[in-house]
Write a protein that binds this ligand. Structure first.
Ligand code: NAG
Ligand code: NAG
Ligand code: NAG
Ligand code: NAG
Length: 268
């Protein structure tokens, strides 16, 4: 700790600013699942919401809701009908709503758990059917991602296969700006967004092999290891609430801590 009057709190605060991930640490296996494909989520916005939602497989109309990690491990859940069929493993729960791709359509749904209201957003010029996936390994056409800046929508252009990112405005449920990463979907295994940076894995999902700063609109020179090759990586998502990566890897749900920022912080 610097001996110049800087408090630990100030130091922590300065590290809460934009951040590049350099590696992943503290892997934790949470549970074995019955299906190879799926997505597990906590609300990425509501701080005290401990609920967990699980969307099994890459298509379905119901998700499982667990009250807490305890009931997740005890397998005590309730079923929620989300009103339309979802496709892929790129969903997100944010501020009480599930965001998902409505199967077979160019449409993103926002399903509010409490009111059961459904809002939709149609994406012209996005690949959305005929197996032309954004993320082939997880049969995903659209990925909704939450980070410190809010919500993003990752998709592939139907013009030239580039990975595109739209910034989602939650009030109007519309895209306010588009970013063309120029990175081809064919080179992508999975993708997530943290601190305004898009991270893309290689086609075997072993490494983050491409990163793009969405706020500055340019690539970033960052790569790091993710997991050993083999098995299906169905889901890879960042949560700004706890700064964990949520994974559905080879039938297991796992958590990683993203390592930063300053590794020395972990010594305190
Ligand atoms: C989970 O099950 C264990 C033992 O069966 C029990 O002690 C615990 O209270 C349960 N937790 C929840 C959250 O239901
Ligand atoms: C969550 O939604 C409520 C309305 O339901 C809104 O007032 C609030 O600003 C939203 N919070 C976030 C973090 O988006
Ligand atoms: C993305 O950028 C590349 C390189 O500038 C360009 O060739 C391509 O047409 C753009 N794609 C879209 C969908 O804007
Ligand atoms: C990217 O970073 C690596 C390691 O820090 C360095 O060797 C390489 O030259 C960098 N590449 C570019 C294009 O800046």
């Amino acid at each position: 700790i610097p001996n110049d009057g800087t408090s630990l709190k100030d130091m922590m605060k300065s590290h809460e600013k934009p951040c590049l991930i350099k590696s992943l640490i503290n892997p934790r296996e949470v549970s074995e699942m019955e299906s190879t494909f799926g997505s597990w989520m906590k609300d990425t916005a509501l701080l005290h919401d401990e609920r967990i939602w699980v969307a099994e497989h890459f298509s379905g109309r119901v998700v499982k809701e667990y009250k807490s990690i305890g009931s997740f491990q005890n397998a005590s859940f309730t079923m929620v009908d989300v009103r339309k069929f979802f496709q892929g493993c790129g969903h997100t729960v944010h501020n009480g709503s599930l965001y998902y791709h409505i199967a077979g359509t160019p449409t993103i749904a926002r399903f509010h758990f409490e009111t059961r209201r459904l809002h939709t957003l149609t994406m012209d010029n996005a690949l959305h059917h005929s197996l032309a996936y954004l993320l082939q390994n997880s049969k995903t056409y659209f990925k909704v991602a939450a980070d410190e800046n809010g919500l993003w929508l990752i998709f592939a252009s139907d013009v030239d296969d580039s990975i595109m990112v739209g910034q989602l405005d939650q009030k109007t449920f519309s895209i306010t700006s588009y970013i063309n990463t120029t990175y081809p979907r064919g080179k992508a295994g999975n993708a997530f967004i943290a601190c305004g940076v898009l991270y893309v894995t290689d086609t075997k999902d072993t490494r983050v092999s491409f990163a793009f700063d969405l706020l500055k609109g340019k690539p970033v020179n960052v790569t790091f290891d993710l997991r050993p090759p083999g098995g299906v990586l169905a889901m890879l998502s960042y949560s700004p609430k706890d700064r964990h990566l949520y994974m559905w890897d080879n039938g297991y749900v796992k958590l990683y801590v993203v390592a930063p920022w300053e590794t020395t912080l972990y010594m305190f």
